[in-house]
Design a protein around this ligand. Structure first.
Ligand code: FDP
Length: 356
């Protein structure tokens, strides 16, 4: 007997296979307006960058000139890997002649990179971390790229890009690419968080999961505990708490995108707090923490510096750093409660020590 469900199942599979990133962005916006077309074109170019970087990574151990360091140091004082530079140039290259992006700002460049031929009409700025988790490159572990898109405000005639120094709510899109066992692209344009997997046989990102939601609470805490004695006492209090209570488990890969993806998928909290020497932490606001905060909020979670909602932080400089506590609402609130408790104690101690 013929299987009557077969055509239905086949239609469903085909429909899923045809849900490419470009189509998805247009579907999300329910429109073919100029802005919807722009966003779809922006995402298509980011996807092209992702495919180029992914292709190079997949052959890293086989060809010359992919692994290792360049011998130079970037604006952050970190040694630059060959893949960092390649990925940085890929993003610039895919946006040339696009008419979309006038400026790109990244971890690898001290000042924004202008594409003069786009500037008269390019209304958007791309902020990105071309390779996040660089220490994983040479050992073939997961790494990522992070991106954020902002509308350009004003004509930036002095070339200072000061309109970028605004809070995270000015982002119109954000996302990341995870180069793991498969290459995934996760994005939001303010209508939920959606993940795509690169199908190498098609060369297309195909929808994997729509409207990802982070659980209210999760078992994972993700932090570099090697910094334990460099942290403020409040963070040590939190870590002692999870050590003493059942139901917590530690996971830390050393690459933010992978660790974030795990938290987004399974719940819990990722922390990169400030240290005594560097109270501002390690991660950069405009192209690392703010885009991830945008995604986490869209997925029903939260991002905090410990004392402020991360989405509200207004940077004073392009490469400004922030502490990061991000993940399930309940877990972020728990970390914040330890910080608030210590702050209250120290305020009370100051008051008590005042004469008279
Ligand atoms: P990396 O320096 O290797 O590029 O972006 C910075 C970052 O990696 C994050 O991806 C990662 O979460 C963090 O730094 C790791 O820093 P630690 O080695 O200090 O834990």
């Amino acid at each position: 007997m013929a299987d009557v469900d077969q055509p239905v199942a086949q239609e469903r599979t085909l429909d899923r296979d045809c849900t490419t990133l470009t189509r998805h962005v247009l579907q999300q916006l329910h429109s073919f307006s100029a802005e919807a077309q722009d966003l779809s074109a922006l995402m298509t170019r980011i996807a092209l960058a992702a495919k180029l970087i992914s292709r190079r990574l997949s052959r890293a151990g086989l060809v010359e000139g992919v692994l290792g360091v360049t011998g130079t140091v970037n604006v952050q004082g970190e040694s630059v890997k060959k893949m960092d530079l390649y990925a940085n140039d890929v993003f610039i290259s895919v946006f040339k002649q696009s008419g979309l992006v006038c400026r790109l700002a990244s971890e690898e460049m001290e000042k924004p990179y202008y594409i003069p031929e786009n500037c008269p009409i390019g209304r958007y700025t791309l902020l990105y971390d071309p390779i996040d988790g660089s220490s994983n490159i040479d050992i073939n572990l997961n790494i990522g790229s992070i991106f954020s898109i902002r509308r350009q405000e004003g004509d930036d005639s002095d070339g200072e890009a000061s309109d970028l120094l605004q809070n995270g709510r000015k982002q119109i899109a954000a996302g990341y690419i995870l180069y793991g066992p498969s290459t995934m692209l996760v994005y939001s344009i303010g209508t939920g968080v959606h993940s795509f997997t690169l199908d190498p046989s098609l060369g297309e990102f195909i929808l994997s999961k729509e409207n990802m939601q982070v659980p209210e609470h999760g078992p994972i805490y993700s932090v570099n505990e090697g910094n334990f004695w460099q942290w403020d006492e409040s963070i040590r209090d939190y870590i002692r708490y999870v050590h003493r209570h059942e139901g917590y488990t530690a996971r830390y890969s050393g690459a933010l995108v992978g660790d974030f993806h795990r938290i987004l998928s399974q719940g819990g909290v990722f922390l990169y707090p400030g240290t005594l020497k560097k109270p501002e932490g390690k991660l950069r606001l405009l192209y690392e923490t703010a885009p991830l905060a945008f995604l986490m909020e869209q997925a029903g979670g939260k991002a905090s510096t410990g004392t402020q909602n991360l989405m509200d932080v207004v940077p004073k400089a392009l490469h400004q750093r922030t502490p990061l506590i991000i993940g399930s609402k309940e877990d972020v609130a728990l970390v914040e409660s330890f910080i608030q408790e210590r702050a209250r104690d120290s305020e009370e101690a100051t008051i008590a020590s005042r004469p008279g």
